[in-house]
Design a protein around this ligand. Structure first.
Ligand code: ZN
Length: 429
């Protein structure tokens, strides 16, 4: 039997940033008999076809075609590929005294800044290379596997009050050191040359890149009995992994099974590869049309569909009981979490919560509920944004984690197995 936790660790370690996560999804989908469709090509589909389409190299929609969608609808699990991090700015090399080179970076999303100090870091993302013409460059993922950078914290002797709270400047305090050079003339364009060497291409052909910092230390199981997993990017790659594992394990019931992985959730989803774009709507419409369905068939299919918007939830932290709702605070290890918000930041309502709870019950999986402490504003996620594009029934849920948006988050190993079981059951509904 597959060890889902070992497989999750491998997936997390193979996915240091969004582009690499999508690369790893493609690799795994290809190995499972899926093939890639290009958005610019005409699609021909038949029931049983396993296909995926990528958007920008950082979002991916995979599906197993069911019977005519108008008859059976879609079973969708949505999650996101991106996590808070630091993105390298253009002309990033900053030479300082003694030949020390720092990289100029910009914060992506909402990381807990001080969790990034004093860790071995590296860079990953994509490079854009000269192609056949100006409109069609070649994109390739790039990953510097070795630890290369560090953001050194100021010594406590220069700030004795550091443990009483220490505001950080994103521009001053958070710049990583790349190394030390003898020849200052080598510094401008240094990263471009490193990318070229890594990809074995001429530096002249490296037109641009999207590179981000990532923490090099791999995922690790902790706890007396292996109760927990700690890793960067559990939000939301643990849900991506659970969705993929379920998609590959499920047998289906006639509905078209869809795994929709979006980028840029951490910055509000407002990009062409984000959940606020029409990319999921287009994908579902095209599946319907490729099977000979009309617009009317599409609307009927949507009406008979269900979506699980899977994004991690705040687990009850034993040091901070006062931050949580007095009753609805999920425990790590207590099962998948249904997320509810009276002001509709989550798409969950009583109807969709009941559906998901029933699916979990069928799979012999316990469920928990998360509602914000009424004096605390919570976050948002994919579900409500997607339903402003497509009027889908659905639920917002996730696994409980500690330290959301830390460079290392912690989740429950049991919850991950339970989530996979619940998702597999959902795809078979
Ligand atoms: Zn998330």
């Amino acid at each position: 039997m597959t060890d889902h936790i070992a497989d999750l660790k491998a997936f997390l370690d193979a996915s240091p940033v969004n582009f690499l996560a999508v690369d790893e999804l493609r690799r795994r989908l290809d190995a499972a008999g899926f093939s890639e469709l290009r958005a610019a090509d005409a699609w021909t589909l038949r029931p049983g076809h396993k296909r995926y389409v990528c958007v920008n190299g950082s979002a991916l929609m995979a599906f197993v075609v069911g019977d005519a969608p108008a008859a059976a609808g879609f079973r969708i699990i949505a999650a996101h590929s991106d996590s808070p991090c630091f993105r390298v700015k253009p002309r990033c090399e900053m030479l300082t005294e003694g030949g020390v080179v720092r990289l100029n970076t910009e914060v992506y999303g909402g990381p807990i800044l001080y969790t990034w100090f004093d860790r071995p870091l590296s860079l990953a993302g994509r490079a854009v290379l000269r192609g056949a013409d100006a409109l069609h460059p070649e994109c390739r993922t790039v990953r510097f596997d070795k630890p290369m950078l560090v953001i050194p914290h100021l010594a406590i002797h220069f700030n004795r009050a550091v443990n009483e709270g220490n505001p950080l400047s994103r521009q001053k305090d958070m710049l990583p050191v790349l190394g030390c050079v003898d020849d200052p003339a080598r510094v401008p364009g240094m990263l471009r040359h490193m990318v070229a060497a890594k990809l074995d291409v001429d530096p002249y052909d490296v037109l641009d890149y999207d590179l981000s910092l990532y923490t090099v230390e791999g995922a690790s199981v902790v706890g007396l009995n292996g109760e927990y997993i700690t890793s960067g990017r559990l939000d939301d790659l643990s849900m991506v992994h659970a969705a993929l594992t379920a998609l590959l394990a499920s047998e289906g019931s006639g509905a078209t099974r869809v795994m929709a992985i979006f980028d840029n959730e951490e910055t509000g989803s407002g990009t062409k590869q984000g959940a606020a774009s029409p990319v999921l709507d287009h994908t579902l419409r095209r599946i319907c049309a490729a099977l000979g369905g009309s617009d009317e068939d599409y609307y009927r299919a949507v009406a008979d569909s269900f979506m699980v918007s899977a994004d991690n939830a705040h687990g009850f932290h034993p040091n901070y009981a006062e931050k949580y709702d007095p009753v609805n605070h999920p425990i790590l290890g207590g099962g998948p979490v249904i997320k509810i918000n009276a002001n509709c930041k989550y798409m969950t309502d009583a109807d969709s919560a009941a559906v998901f709870a029933a699916v979990c019950d069928d799979a012999d999986v316990p469920v928990q509920y998360f509602v914000n402490h009424s004096d605390v504003a919570g976050g948002s996620t994919l579900g409500n944004i997607l339903t402003s594009q497509i009027p889908l029934r659905g639920v917002d849920m996730g696994a409980a984690v500690w330290a959301m948006h830390s460079a290392r988050e912690t989740a429950s190993t049991l919850d991950h197995k339970l989530t996979i079981r619940a998702f597999t059951r959902f795809y078979d509904c």
